[in-house]
Design a protein around this ligand. Structure first.
Ligand SMILES: Cc1ncc(COP(=O)(O)O)c(C=O)c1O
Length: 273
């Protein structure tokens, strides 16, 4: 997923609203194995007319799948060999959402262009494009727009990055990951897949599950997770306390057990702080 404006939607998923020429959305994980995806990309690059390849390093809106380091490395090499720009969309994964400052660092690749947003404004709507210094920026590439260069957004980013620098972000995100893994591991027994990294997790439910009923149970118990189709996403703030996060996970776990399987026996511990 790369966004909902026309060109971004065309890149991200098959949809009849966005039909633009010269955009190719290739089958990706989990529909295809990495080797087949690479073959497909290389076949397109061989035409010599591909300007850029976009990659979301962890599918935050579609199942939480993440490619291997080997895949990312070979993709980057293929793009470089073809003179094609590799664009990493880290709008979701960037700024420690998955642990490292950027997920491409864990994947061992350096993008030519990096798309950023979300966490960098800590809730304030802001996004950005970082371009490798090898490329020259011309003024006509940066057209003015209503919100471009917004001073309030810039101030929100500066303040957020300052806070992030002052915090042990990677340690905090690692603690979030441990809590989520430990709290929700047993959902796999109910046929629920848990995928993700750091503070970005996706629960994928069997298609037969009524997500409406499940969400009602969870919301009634005071937790409001993000749900689309048969996925629930957990995106806690890095600063959440492990106790609060464990309590929220327990609400989700209980709701899943109540709806999909045997009632959960584990008590929900009260939070004192
Ligand atoms: C990976 C990724 N890229 C880009 C976007 C931006 O999308 P939009 O601004 O259209 O909501 C999102 C938003 O969810 C995203 O997850």
């Amino acid at each position: 997923m790369h966004g909902k404006s026309l060109a971004a939607a065309r890149l991200g998923w098959p949809n009849s609203l966005a039909s633009l020429p010269d955009f190719h959305s290739l089958a990706y994980l989990p529909e295809r194995a990495e080797a087949a995806i690479l073959d497909d990309v290389r076949a397109r690059l061989a035409s010599g007319s591909v300007a850029a390849v976009f990659l979301e390093p962890l599918l935050g809106s579609r199942g939480g799948y993440m490619p291997s380091r080997a895949f990312a490395g070979q993709l980057a090499e293929s793009c470089a060999a073809a003179g094609t720009v590799l664009i990493l969309d880290e709008i979701f994964t960037g700024f420690h959402r998955t642990g490292p400052l950027f997920l491409h660092q864990d994947l061992g690749v350096t993008p030519d262009i990096l798309l950023v947003g979300k966490s960098m404004g800590n809730g304030f709507p802001v996004s950005g494009v970082a371009v490798d210094r090898r490329f020259s920026i011309e003024s006509k590439m940066l057209p003015g727009s209503t919100y471009a260069g917004n001073p309030l957004a810039a101030a929100a980013v500066v303040a957020t990055l300052r806070e992030m620098r002052a915090l042990p972000m990677s340690d905090k995100v690692a603690a979030v990951e441990t809590t989520i893994r430990n709290s929700l591991a047993d959902l796999e027994d109910l046929g629920v897949a848990l995928r993700g990294k750091g503070a970005l997790w996706v629960l994928e439910f069997p298609r037969s599950v009524s997500m409406r009923d499940l969400m009602s149970r969870i919301i009634q118990d005071g937790v409001i997770p993000s749900q689309t189709a048969n996925y629930i996403r957990l995106l806690p703030a890095a600063t959440i306390t492990p106790a609060h996060l464990a309590q929220a996970c327990e609400v989700i776990r209980r709701a899943c057990h109540a709806q999909l399987g045997a009632p959960a026996a584990r008590p929900i511990a009260p939070i004192h702080n």
